[in-house]
Design a protein around this ligand. Sequence first.
Ligand SMILES: Nc1nc2c(ncn2[C@@H]2O[C@H](COP(=O)(O)OP(=O)(O)OP(=O)(O)O)[C@@H](O)[C@H]2O)c(=O)[nH]1
Ligand SMILES: [Mg+2]
Ligand SMILES: [Zn+2]
Length: 302
Amino acid sequence: MPNPSVSDQQLTGRVITRFGAELILETAQGETIRATTRRKLEHIACGDYVAWQTESQGNASVIDILPRQNVLLRPDMRGKPRAVAANIDVLLVVSSWRPAPNWEMLDRYLIAARHLPTDVIIIMNKADLRAAYSSAEQEAALAEYEQVGYPVYPVQAKTGQGLSALRQAIKGKTAIFAGQSGVGKSSLVSALVPELDLKIGAIADTGEGRHTTTVASLYHLPEGGALIDSPGVRDFPLLPLSVLDLQAGYPEFQAFMGMCRFNNCTHHHEPGCAIKAAIASHDLPPQRYQRYLTLLAGQNNN
Ligand SMILES: Nc1nc2c(ncn2[C@@H]2O[C@H](COP(=O)(O)OP(=O)(O)OP(=O)(O)O)[C@@H](O)[C@H]2O)c(=O)[nH]1
Ligand SMILES: [Mg+2]
Ligand SMILES: [Zn+2]
């Protein structure tokens, strides 16, 4: 019998999770297998579609990453971009009432989503803590997102409240939970994926009786589609981007395009700025604009 060529033996699969050089793949046939990756595929991530083959020793080896729809990056400790997950249809940015919401970070996720590109849903978990921990200012901050057109889902992982709407919104898609540590991302995954294979998700004890997710893992939704749990972040700094790219992350600015006196207006100090006028007349929400100015100052320092 002739030896089949390497390409005849190539198979496809999707990365479920990754621990360093070791991967768990789901094959096109739906089997879950362990595989290794070559050093040159260092940036391989959860959600990647890959080509793999069985080596002569019988172990599975990933040969290539198939073209990506998009990839969610985040800077590592040295500021180098690292892949968190790939091929995402919906970014679910999770906040909670305790730990308190970090609106600046939420804005940065929304800007990143605009450029991935991917759809985005703002999730406010721990609805049970809202009355105790929210404030008029927090409520105003949250209301601004709805005002500018973002979908906002108040949910409670503990009771399942609000989850059927979320389930409907992500059905058949690849969705990823992202956000601060402790907001309830893994709890939401458990609530949405009933027969969760807990062997896959890697968690570590924080030493305070809390479990924190250490690597991104992909789970299948019963109604079709996939859900990725990702490790919580302390911050989500933006990679360097131009003023235009920053502004593109503010859908509320779009209606005022071309209305500023200067066509390269940064909406900061320029005379005849339509955005500043809209803020003054309360036609645009003020808190998002103030945070835009902070981000603008930060990007200019790059
Ligand atoms: N009160 C309340 N607590 C919740 C709710 N959902 C989750 N929690 C609690 O919040 C804590 C953190 O939940 P996790 O699901 O581990 O949070 P996480 O976002 O996955 O955290 P990392 O993996 O560190 O990023 C746990 O003690 C949960 O029991 C909720 O709806 N209400
Ligand atoms: Mg978690
Ligand atoms: Zn302007």
